[in-house]
Design a protein around this ligand. Structure first.
Ligand code: GLN
Ligand code: ZN
Length: 758
């Protein structure tokens, strides 16, 4: 019996990768320094895994930015615009200059697009492919050099590669590719290069290689059975190659794909038994995996809870005999969880007892491996400890919350939109507003840090925040916006702010997880029943409203987004947890209304991103997602405007869901796909207020009044003026005033011009 993990966090226990890459980008350190940090981080991971007793250790799970980008570079699938003399030369500086230009753009070259890695909060760079591209192995092959580095340390690793199907299916056709051409058409060519690479790895001494194919957990991936058979049939046939592990995760892959893989000569299949527990039945349904070894992902790589060891053991037990062998593993790479629970010194011991971060998960994998080979006796003590702290101890139950939710039931909707219409026939045309946050200046950050560290007291902190709110309000009045915001200076992050104020959540000190490149986030942990001890935003918003005669919009984060950007308890359905968060928000919404706030925005930035990978699960998800939003927002009078905001642009797929949220106004990220949104809305017969973001806040560019005017006129084709709102496409927090101020002035000017013509 043996043990492994699919991958391990790359950022370093103290975010060393972030610091080193940012220093390199700023020109403060040379490439050699970044490379030295990277080499140390890799070594640290391999030694950690080895010392924990993990038998089979992966390599090439490190990346200076992103593993999809690494794969594109590995096969020289680099778009033309990065092939200029600027990036020429074989030296490491030139190589890195091009690599980071692809990731982050340069003065005049747009980077690759970035998007979410399946349904995780990790983001990858989208390769751009076209039919005339010829993949070839790059001169410096990262998987080989990292394998050699580990081997030099006496650790023979299993190099990890993004599999050919996943790589091609996550890529997009380059702008110049013919209509209808799919990157998957490069498969045969690319397989030739994978074959070369596998042979080189074998020659270097690799006994195994891991090809990651999470795409098989999606509907699209499951449909590509012919390509799957071709890919692994062909790689399997190679004579001088390492053993192949085809590793899948984020869901089950279905019996058809299992059968195909079973037929091919690959030696091992990795399955995610946490996100896809039905895999066990699927294996049984095809009478086992025959000659293939199963890497059984029983330890959750996506969440922070300690494994239910007895349950994991019984799952493993039920698989014995259904494969040639069983390897105990994590459900997916540990990239998605914080590194080490031992770094947390302030967690309540009762909560801590239930947690396992990446480092602790290694122990669980090793323990399960031992139990499987030596029998339960090997781990009797640990099993006993696990039973003693089983999550149903009831310690985190809030009976009041549960009783209130039961009493409320599902029927919480306020008057339907049509009836509410009577309360607001006088909505002015093209009202201007913003999404909530204003630039977080150094002063604002410093005030928060000083307060947190106790360097300034509550009174001084309040004074500074109020001064900032006054400043932001004065600016908005001067610019001439219609519905104002307080600017969110008191919020470090739209989820963490609320998590810190709700019971049932804890936040960590060092629980960083990579979001993309050097950006890391620290998701809160939702461990128990959620409730609101006291109002969370009312003081700030009512202060703001007291300083202006214009309406001030209250700002809250919605239940789905609270869940999407946290680690969430897994002992009850997500929908039940969402309802608890929604109830707390419902109280906050009522308090805001009672305090005289007439516009309340409940952000559901993550509504689209939590949509399950497989269509079979969409209806169920949307039902609870929509239900929780309505629970949060339906306690108000017809005259109070409920707004929502979503960071997502392809609305075609969820226009219906937006309608059902029943917000009075929905603002969306549409700056980059304006026409599409307007068309989607027209087709769907959408009749509520809509604020299609009129410019892209993700870029420092200041939009002109002319282009915003054109966008608004365009939107008026599908939306009548009283329902059209004018706003940027997301919060302004990450921008500077030098861009924000002129951009908002142009936006207000554009709205004026269009209104004048109505
Ligand atoms: N109200 C939030 C803000 O403006 C919304 C951010 C988001 O959508 N990601 O910052
Ligand atoms: Zn947004």
């Amino acid at each position: 019996m043996t043990t492994t993990v699919h991958g391990y966090p790359r950022i370093g226990p103290n975010r060393e990768l972030k610091r080193a890459s940012e220093a390199y980008w700023a020109g403060r350190v040379p490439a050699s320094e970044l490379d030295a940090v990277a080499a140390r981080l890799r070594r640290g991971v391999w030694e950690t895994l080895r010392d924990a007793g993990v038998a089979e250790i992966p390599s090439n799970t490190f990346s200076c930015y992103d593993h999809m980008l690494d794969t594109a570079v590995l096969f020289d699938l680099v778009p033309e615009r990065f092939r200029t003399p600027d990036f020429a030369g074989d030296d490491r500086e030139a190589e890195l200059r091009r690599y980071f230009a692809m990731a982050r753009g340069s003065d005049d070259i747009a980077p690759l697009e970035m998007t979410k890695w399946f349904d995780t909060n990790y983001h990858y760079l989208v390769p751009e492919l076209s039919p005339d591209q010829r993949p070839r192995l790059a001169a410096s092959t990262k998987p080989l050099s990292e394998f050699a580095q580990a081997k030099g340390l006496g650790i023979v690793t299993r190099p990890v590669l993004v599999g050919p199907l996943t790589f091609l299916m996550l890529a997009k056709p380059a702008a110049d590719a013919p209509q209808g051409w799919r990157p998957l058409e490069l498969l045969d060519d690319l397989l030739g290069r994978y074959a070369e690479l596998l042979e080189l790895l074998a020659a270097a001494g690799a006994r195994q290689v891991q090809l990651d194919e999470p795409i098989l957990a999606t509907d699209d991936g499951r449909a590509e059975l012919v390509a799957l058979e071709r890919a692994y049939g062909r790689l399997g046939e190679l004579t001088n190659r390492p053993e192949i592990l085809v590793s899948t995760y984020f869901g089950s892959i279905g019996t058809e794909a299992l059968e195909v893989l079973k037929r091919t000569p690959v030696e091992r299949i990795g399955l995610d038994l946490v996100a896809g527990p039905e895999s066990v039945d699927e294996i049984a349904a095809i009478s086992g995996l025959g000659d293939t070894t199963l890497v059984a992902g029983v330890v959750d790589g996506r969440n922070v809870w300690r494994a239910d060891l007895p349950k994991a053991l019984s799952t493993l037990g039920s698989l014995l005999g259904l494969a040639r062998g069983i390897v105990v593993g994590t459900s997916c790479s540990l990239l998605h969880v914080p590194i080490d629970l031992d770094a947390e010194t302030e967690l309540d011991p009762v909560i801590r007892e239930r947690l396992a971060f990446a480092r602790q998960k290694l122990d669980e994998v090793v323990l399960l491996g031992r139990a499987l080979s030596a029998g339960d006796e090997g781990i009797a003590a640990e099993l006993e400890r696990a039973r003693a702290s089983a999550p149903d101890s009831g310690a985190f139950v809030n009976r009041r919350v549960r009783a209130r939710l039961d009493a409320l039931g599902d029927d919480v909707a306020r008057n339907g939109h049509d009836q509410r219409g009577a309360a607001r026939t006088d909505d002015p045309p093209l009202q201007t507003t913003t999404i909530g946050s204003f630039p977080q200046t150094a002063d604002v950050r410093k005030a928060r840090a000083d307060h947190r560290a106790g360097r300034i007291d509550d009174a001084e902190y309040t004074r500074r925040m109020r001064a900032e709110i006054d400043r932001v309000l004065a600016l908005q009045e001067d610019i001439g916006l219609d519905v104002l915001v307080h600017g969110e200076p008191e919020r470090n992050d739209m989820v963490q702010y609320f998590a810190e104020r709700l019971d049932g959540f804890v936040t960590t000190q060092k629980g960083w997880v990579q979001s993309y490149g050097s950006r890391c986030v620290r998701p809160p942990i939702l461990y128990g029943d959620v409730s609101r001890p006291e109002p969370m935003t009312v003081e700030w918003i009512t202060y703001a409203q007291s300083r202006t005669s214009k309406p001030v919009k209250g700002m809250l984060t919605g239940p789905v987004t609270m869940l999407a950007w946290s680690f969430v308890r897994d002992d009850q359905p997500l929908g039940d947890t969402a309802r608890q968060v929604a109830l707390a928000l419902r109280d906050e919404v009522s308090d805001l209304e009672r305090a005289g706030i007439r516009h309340i925005q409940v952000d559901e930035a993550a509504l689209r991103e939590l949509l399950p990978l497989r269509a079979d699960y969409h209806a169920d998800y949307l039902a609870w997602a929509i239900g929780s939003f309505r629970l949060a927002t339906s306690g108000v009078a017809d005259t109070t405007r409920i707004h929502t905001h979503m960071c997502y642009s392809e609305f075609g797929r969820i226009v219906g869901a937006i309608e059902q949220l029943d917000a009075d106004v929905t603002s969306v990220e549409a700056a980059r796909s304006h026409m599409e949104l307007v068309d989607d809305l027209a087709v769907a017969g959408y009749k509520r207020g809509i604020g299609p973001g009129v410019y892209d806040i993700h870029s420092p560019r200041v939009p002109t009044a002319d282009e915003i005017e054109a966008a608004l006129r365009d939107a008026l084709r599908a939306v009548d003026p009283g329902r059209l709102w004018v706003n940027p496409d997301c919060g302004l927090k990450t921008r500077g005033y030098a861009e924000v101020e002129p951009a908002l002035r142009n936006m207000v000017e554009a709205a004026r011009r269009v209104r004048a013509d109505l």
